[in-house]
Structures are given as C-alpha cells and as structure tokens.
Design a protein around this ligand. Sequence first.
Ligand code: UD1
Length: 420
Amino acid sequence: MGAFVIEGGNPLFGNAVISSSKNAILPIISACLLSDEESLIKQIPGLDDVTVMCELVSNLGANVEVDGRNRKIYIKTPTLTGYFADYELVSKLRASFLIMGALLARAGKAKVALPGGCPIGSRPVDLHLKGFEAMGAVIENGHGFIEATCPSGRLKGANIYLDFPSVGATENLLIAAVLADGETVIENAASEPEIVDLATFLTKMGAKITGAGTDTIIVKGVDKVRGAEHTIMPDRIEAGTLMTAAAVTGGDITLSNVVPEHLKPVTAKLRESGAEIIEGDTEVRIKSNGRPSAVDIKTHPFPGFPTDMQAPLSAYLCTAEGTSVIVETIFENRFMHVNELRRMGAQIRVDGRTAIIEGLDHMQGAQVRATDLRAGAALIIAGLAAVGTTEVLDIHHIDRGYEFIENKLQRLGANIKRVC
Ligand code: UD1
C-alpha cells in the first residue's frame, strides 16, 4: 500500500508551484459528457481520482486521450454508449455521482450506484435527487442503485432550494440544468471557487449561466453545447496544506499558481496564529515567526473556513502555545486523524463535533495510518514537525488528492521519502 517515512525537524524553505484543483477537474470531466464535440482540459493534476473519473466517462462512451507530458486531456463523447455506473468505480470515488446530472441531461436517463458512506460521514445524496425530481426526473432507489429517468426525454427547468449549500448537489444540478428545457434557479447554492470554475467551463461550452459564486445560480437551458478549452484553477487545499507545513516547521516558502482570494479563510487563521503572510497577484509567501499561538476554528461553507483544511490545521495546532477549539460543522465524523495524532503525543479531546487541543512543545514521531485524504495530509504535517521518525501508512488516500507531495516537500527541504 506504500508509506511515507518522515524525519521531522527540517524547516521548509524555497518555492513550489501549486497543481490544479482536484475538486474542480472532477465535475468538469463529467460535464464533457454533455457535448459530442471535443473539449481540451489543460493543467491536469496527476491524481488517482482524475484517472478514475476518466475511466468512468470512457465507460459511458467518451473518447479520453491523455497527453500526460503536456498535462492535457482531450475528451469527446460522440454518443453515449451507456448510462450505467457500477459500484466498483463509484465506491472508489464519491465524486463519480456527478455523472448523474450529465447523463440525465444528455440521455434522459441514468443509473448510478449509491456512493455509500465513507470514513468522514454518511454523505447522502438526497439533495441531488430532490433537485433532479424538481426538474421532472423520476427516481427509483433499489438494490444499491439510483435510477433516474426523464419521462419526457428532457429535464425541465425548475426552482430548486437546497436545504444545505452542498458542493456536489450544486455541481450536479448545474450540469443537468445546462440542457434542460427552460430556466433553472438554484437557491442556497454552494459558492465555492470550484463551482465558479465549473460554470466558467460550461459557459465556454455555450451554457447560459449567471450567479455562479453567489447563493443563487440561474441557468437558461440550451438545446446543445459545444466542446471547450479550459485551464483548471489552482488547488486551494494543496496550497493551504503546504502553507501549514511551512508554518509548523518554522519555515519560509513562496507558492506560485495560487489565487490568494481563495485562501483567505486559511490565511486569516495562520496569521492569527502568528505566521506572516504576504500576498501577491498569483503567489503567496508564508514565513513562520516561531511557535504558533492557539486559535479557534469553525468550519463553514465557502467563504468560511474549509472543512478540507480542518485536519491539517488541527495537526498544526498540536504544537501551538495554548488551547485551540476546533468545531467541524460540515461532516459528522471528520476527526479520524485525532487518534493517530494522539499516537504522536498530541493532547486532543473530542466531544461530538468539537475537538479541544492543548498545545505541546513538540510531538514525537510514530507509526500512524492515513484514514482519508485530508487526515493523511495532517499526519504529514505532524511528522514534519515531530521529533524523530514518523511513518505514515496507507498513503493511497493521500495520492488521491496530492500530486507527488513528497517531491514538492523534498524540494522545500523536508526529509520525506516514499517506501513501497
Ligand atoms: C465536496 C468536496 C470535498 C469537501 C466538501 C465540502 C469534491 C469532489 N469534494 O464534497 O472535498 O470536503 O465538498 O466542502 O468536490 N449532504 C447531504 N445531502 C446531499 C449532499 C450533501 O446531506 O445530498 C451533506 C453531506 O453529508 C455533508 C454536507 O452536506 O455533511 C456537505 O457535503 P457536500 O458539500 O455535498 O460535499 P461533497 O460535494 O461530497
């Protein structure tokens, strides 16, 4: 399964280039099912999740040509050859449920395995389904599958109010609405930057969308969309993770290919803890000012503090001066990293969705296990700061969302290596 072996204690110095966003490219690959013309996606990140998403759309009739050297993918779907996504692939990647909107829009039917739970929570898809129903789809749920059909052959525009601004539901409904008959209004929509990137891509394809990035998105359905060319936005979570790694090790690094505006909630917390952060147009420099001070964090939908940065920041605060309180409001079980951090000596108490961290002078290296992607990132951060050797097991979780993170960290001076 592979492991990272980290000798802690090296401060990070130098420059790194941030890769493109995992969470932005996945719905965009799905959106390529909407058109029979070729789309070109540029600056693709080399991630396992991207490979799975490409496999999924190619099973449905897309021709996917990957030009890895130039970081490009060409995707063309002349006709859909299927409308069925099995559990094997869907269970590997929850975001694969995002093909439902595209299939319904293009074929008027879709059968997708229920994604099931995952370590961070039950993650239902009820909001996606309520939206499709409002657009005229008939939903059947049985034998582990969701089957949706459009009796009229085409989705109808509808007014949809999401009970919660779910990122996935907003993306799925946005993609579905592009080819619907009439106008769709999604209220209480998610406003994450990845939604804006998806809407930008869809607009280049000829979709008529306004309001992406706000809580109300309006889509005027069109009959057909064309292929488009698009460069994926930078990964704000990778950037936040490397900033935290620099701060925890007492380093000073500059990251390029970032959108500082996207990083605001993370930047604010790192600054509050004492780090110095200088923002340029497309780069950000972070410089540690010694041991961080404790800060309190509560996760929220964008522009609040991202749940994906909760575990990395928790690891950072384990060696802060004072007591930090972390409240996770998005997922019900996103403290899986806590038990592993305790193995490294961290003093953390969890009560429901709240973690209370008593900062220590230092943590000790230990053998720990990545239970999910961001928990894995947290353990790397802890290992970089700890005294002695940390071995992070099950790093396939980390490879899902960080492109060769060990290479980037090594170039910044970290002592980290991958072992098989
Ligand atoms: C996306 C991101 C993930 C991030 C999350 C929140 C991708 C591929 N993944 O996940 O990295 O942590 O946003 O920013 O982009 N919910 C329901 N019913 C639904 C849908 C969601 O109850 O139909 C709940 C979920 O269980 C969860 C919360 O809403 O508690 C947020 O989920 P959502 O915003 O949908 O996250 P994802 O799109 O799965």
